[in-house]
Design a protein around this ligand. Structure first.
Ligand code: CAA
Length: 259
């Protein structure tokens, strides 16, 4: 598939999807949002992809939603724009395959929100995170008010959103926004290493685990446990469960088939 504002590479069952609008620091305009949606739809059903890495070309991951495009919007148009972003980010969050953000630089506003829709965030030492929207006279619009408090707690999320402060990668790691901070030159290698480790496991088990965590976080603990019990049971209907446990008993490495 051809894209104007994205690049997509595939290697060893890992897809690397980069937002490629570096002159505007990868700001999310409607075109980028629609292309991202198409790419995610394509990757969803691509049998040759186990894990997706999301990153940005140039010095930014994503410096936010496109302010120049938003500037003239009416309230109704702004609601439609937020709907597109919110639905896309939800799709990224709920896609069965794991999605890792490799945060190479600015992750501000919609960029921070995009990284939070991913399952994990590996950040370059150069990365910067923040929700600076109140400085533009708006609230976060791509679910930052919902995901940030769930990740870092409501007091820290309120501090970041009310002040618009931008924090560096180390601070983001300290507050639990980022999984790991790495040297900028090692960002893609380290992220690939993580992606390949996940990709070497039984993919249905990985996907069911993601589903159990995502659904469980959004419900009460009893319901979450019911979801886990059902998904655990479902694993026993897969060939990979037989292979995983047989390989253990035969003291060899499993050969998973994603079935
Ligand atoms: N939208 C549109 N264009 C943007 C942009 C954005 N969010 N961020 C950067 N750009 C553009 C700049 O306009 C500039 O374009 P020109 O060269 O044509 O002038 C280019 O990218 C480079 O930017 P700077 O010259 O500003 O680069 P810098 O290194 O001096 O500063 C920065 C970098 C601190 C990230 C600064 O660009 C900045 O503050 N950007 C805006 C960050 C922001 O407020 N993001 C939140 C947006 S609102 C949002 O995201 C709402 C939501 O939740 C949905």
């Amino acid at each position: 598939m051809e894209f104007n504002s994205l690049t997509l590479q595939k290697e060893d069952k890992i897809a690397i999807l980069k937002i490629n609008r570096p002159k505007a620091l990868n700001a999310l305009n409607t075109e980028v949002l629609l292309e991202l949606d198409k790419a995610i739809e394509e990757l969803k059903s691509d049998q040759d992809v186990n894990v997706i890495i999301l990153s940005g070309e140039g010095k930014a991951f994503v410096a936010g939603a496109d302010i120049l495009e938003m500037k003239e919007k009416t309230a109704n148009e702004a609601r439609d724009f937020a709907k597109v972003g919110i639905e896309l980010f939800r799709k990224i969050e709920m896609i069965e395959k794991p999605v890792i953000a490799a945060v190479n630089g600015f992750a501000l506003g919609g960029g921070c929100e995009l990284s939070m829709a991913c399952d994990m965030r590996i950040a370059s030492e150069k990365a910067k995170f923040g929700q600076p929207e109140v400085g533009l006279g708006i609230t976060p619009g791509f679910a930052g008010t919902q995901r940030l408090p769930r990740l870092v707690g409501s007091a820290k999320a309120k501090e970041l959103i009310f002040t618009g402060d931008v924090i560096d990668a180390k601070e983001a790691e300290r507050i639990g926004l980022v999984n790991k901070v790495v040297n900028p030159e090692e960002l893609m290698d380290e992220t690939m290493k993580l992606a390949k480790k996940i990709s070497s496991k039984a993919q249905l088990a990985v996907r069911y685990s993601k589903m159990a965590i995502n659904r469980g976080i959004e419900t009460d603990v009893e319901t979450g446990m019911e979801i886990e019990k059902d998904l655990f049971a479902l694993c026993f209907a897969t060939e990979d469960q037989t292979e995983g446990m047989t390989a253990f008993s035969e003291k060899r490495k499993p050969d998973f088939k994603n079935k």
